[in-house]
Structure formats: structure tokens, C-alpha cells
Design a protein around this ligand. Structure first.
Ligand code: SME
Length: 150
């Protein structure tokens, strides 16, 4: 399933050079492919230490997140994937939905290593994301960083 979705994303983005169109396409494909993805979206680095919401699927997402806040801020600040099987165990978690129980946030990096965005996926299920899910999302973000932020 992951390989099929990855190939579909790469096919849809073949020849595409618009970052917003790419983010919108990726979140649409991911959100509708995996039933345990209950919120799927990007936050973009729009100024130093600040994330602003980008294309997303699911309920209302908070509009901005400082790098020193939330799970998204942790991913942007550290440049490392945040795989959170229980969001209630992370006091810094920002609950855009009261039903979220697990979350994974993956940074998108430019060729210089700067975090240009994060991909945030939330699930109402506890410990919803497998290592295959996480590795797949990291592959997608690596692909996007190389293609759109060389
Ligand atoms: N849970 C995220 C905030 C974004 S909403 O989930 C869409 C966080 O803690 O950074």
C-alpha cells in the first residue's frame, strides 16, 4: 500500500514545480489512502522560529505554531521526526482536536538542511503509526525537500 501511494504521488508530481500544489496533492493522497490518518497537513516555516499552516485535510488546524511549542515545533526545532504513540504523554502537545491520541510529525528539509516545513499526521487511535508508516512519511518528506527545496 505504501509503495503504491508513493508511486502515485511521484507520478502526480512529475513535472510539477509549484510547492503549494505539491503539498496539497500529497496531503490529499495520504489522507484518503490511510484510514488511520485523521488529520494530515503541512506547516511551513514562514519566518525564523515560526510555522504557519499549509494545505491540510481534516478538521480545523491551528494557524501558527512557534518552534518552541507543540510536537510540530519540536520537529521543526530539532530537525528530527517526532513519533508520538500517546500525545497525552507529551505535555507540550497542542490539541487541535480533542480526539487525537497519536501523532507523527516529519520535517521537510532543504538541501542546506534548513527545516522548510513539517508534515503532521494525527490519529484518533492510540499508537496508530507503524514503523512502516513513519519510514514512508520520511521518504515522502525527503523526496519533497529534494524536489522543491534544492
Ligand atoms: N498537534 C500539533 C498541532 C497541530 S494540530 O494537531 C493540526 C502539535 O502539537 O504541534
Amino acid at each position: 500500500m505504501h509503495e503504491e501511494v508513493g508511486m502515485r504521488i511521484r507520478g502526480l508530481l512529475d513535472g510539477e514545480d509549484d510547492w503549494v500544489a505539491a503539498m496539497a496533492t500529497v496531503v490529499c493522497e495520504l489522507h484518503h489512502a490511510f484510514d488511520h490518518f485523521h488529520w494530515t497537513g503541512f506547516y511551513r516555516t514562514t519566518q525564523p522560529n515560526l510555522l504557519k499552516i499549509g494545505p491540510y485535510q481534516g478538521g480545523h488546524g491551528c494557524l501558527e505554531i512557534s518552534f518552541d511549542k507543540g510536537i510540530c515545533g519540536a520537529a521543526a526545532r530539532t530537525g528530527e521526526t517526532q513519533d508520538v504513540p500517546d500525545v497525552h504523554a507529551r505535555p507540550e502537545h497542542i490539541a487541535c482536536s480533542s480526539t487525537t491520541n497519536s501523532e507523527v510529525v516529519v520535517p521537510v528539509k532543504s538541501s542546506s538542511g534548513a527545516v522548510v516545513a513539517v508534515l503532521d499526521v494525527d490519529s484518533d487511535a492510540p499508537a496508530a503509526f507503524s514503523s512502516t508508516d513513519v519510514n514512508f512519511l520520511e521518504q515522502i518528506c525527503t523526496y519533497l525537500g529534494a524536489k522543491f527545496h534544492a
